[in-house]
Design a protein around this ligand. Structure first.
Ligand SMILES: [Fe+2]
Length: 208
């Protein structure tokens, strides 16, 4: 069960081509900073003055808006780190599901990588509970363009802090390196956990 206020362990020691310095800043400072801010917001909400509620400005309104920024930052960063540290070799049920949803694995990969160049924040392969399909989505900020009911499975962070130290402005090389570090076992685990039972997936023609 997810606990927003708890800092999750990093599931790997090191990555290929992405430096310890980047990981230290990204996971050690930025991700953990979001968890702390989420905790701070929860504390403030306990004593917020509800009588001042207002759609132009009120403390409650601001706290609830920024709660979505912090919570989504936690969800997306954990989803990003969770699936790194592997050998990059695509495998398992998720690969079959991707083929069925996108025509071929290569087509999906091509679209996902192109979105990496087109997004200002995130690229997300999500399982969309609304129609039972896998879809690629982008988010220009943690709480922008999210689809209610779509669960992230494979997440790419395109904020500059993810790559600038190691790749400068060469986003393409960063995206290739990201794919080389993917842990497909972890991606499959996430897919199985988030998904309906196999019988339902088969009935929706999502996977074989
Ligand atoms: Fe990030």
């Amino acid at each position: 069960m997810k606990n927003y206020g708890e800092i999750k362990n990093l599931p790997f020691k090191e990555l290929k081509g992405i430096s310890q310095k980047t990981i230290e800043i990204h996971w050690g400072k930025l991700y953990q900073g979001y968890v702390k801010k989420w905790q701070e917001i929860q504390e403030k909400l306990k004593s917020v003055d509800l009588s001042q509620s207002n759609a132009v400005f009120s403390e409650q309104r601001e706290l609830k808006a920024e709660e979505t920024f912090a919570a989504n930052a936690i969800i997306l960063h954990e989803a990003y780190f969770d699936i790194l540290g592997g050998d990059g070799k695509p495998d398992g049920e998720i690969v079959e599901a991707i083929k069925k949803n996108f025509g071929s694995f290569e087509k999906w990969q091509e679209e996902f990588k192109a979105l990496g160049l087109g997004s200002r924040g995130w690229v997300i392969l999500a399982y969309d509970f609304n129609d039972g399909k896998l879809r690629n989505y982008i988010a220009d900020a943690h709480n922008l363009y999210g689809i209610w009911g779509a669960a992230p499975i494979l997440v790419l962070d395109m904020y500059e802090h993810s790559y600038f130290i190691d790749f400068g402005s060469d986003k393409k090389s960063y995206i290739e390196t990201f794919f080389q570090n993917l842990n497909w076992k972890a991606i499959n685990k996430k897919f199985t956990l988030l998904n309906p039972p196999k019988a339902v997936r088969q009935s929706r023609n999502l996977t074989g």
